[in-house]
Design a protein around this ligand. Structure first.
Ligand code: ZN
Length: 181
């Protein structure tokens, strides 16, 4: 269950009480190559390490103002977001990737993240080398069931990320191809 490629969506929910056992407090990461929104922020260890590598590269290439807005969310927290959401775009408790500890929402500090931003393009181009995918890409809503979210990165490990990039697959298709759904 704690595999980096685990699939979580509306038809593959997690048990509500499930949570990763290796959460890292991102506020304690030193040196840390990204900004944090002022609230407790945790990721699974592999995703936390990979994120720091990703943003270290970003910093070197002039993108030094990425901010992690939200990472691990337990099902209680997700239930609050779901209840407060007027538009139905927030996943039901148990169906959010944020419960895996492998997903994070990114912004450019002070700006957020839109599909045509240079920051979003940089992430799409470079995140796979660090084992991340843009989980809900534009134009793949038919498979993911989720409107494009350029800010939502998901750690899947480098091999899976590279395969998805080469084949143009989203995670549901990767699971289908590997006979895991
Ligand atoms: Zn997200």
């Amino acid at each position: 269950m704690n595999e980096t490629t685990m699939l979580v969506n509306e038809s593959h929910p997690l048990p509500l009480n499930w949570q990763p056992d290796d959460l890292v407090d991102l506020w304690k990461v030193q040196p840390r190559h990204y900004l944090l929104y002022p609230r407790p922020t945790r990721l699974s260890e592999c995703a936390a390490d990979a994120a720091n590598g990703l943003f270290e590269q970003a910093e070197r290439e002039g993108f030094d103002d990425f901010m992690v807005l939200s990472a691990f969310r337990d099902s209680d927290y997700q239930a609050g977001l779901f209840a407060d959401s007027p538009n139905g775009y927030v996943a039901r408790p148990g169906c959010s990737e944020h419960q895996t500890g492998l997903a994070m929402d990114i912004a450019q500090f002070g700006r957020g993240m839109a599909l045509d931003d240079a920051h979003a393009a940089w992430l799409t181009e470079n995140c796979w080398e660090h084992g991340f995918i843009v989980r809900y890409p534009e134009g793949r809503e038919d498979v993911t069931g989720i409107p494009a979210e350029p800010w939502h990165l998901r750690y899947v490990g480098r091999d899976a990320a590279m395969e998805m990039r080469e084949r143009g697959w989203v995670l549901e298709e990767w699971h289908g191809a590997h006979g895991m759904v």
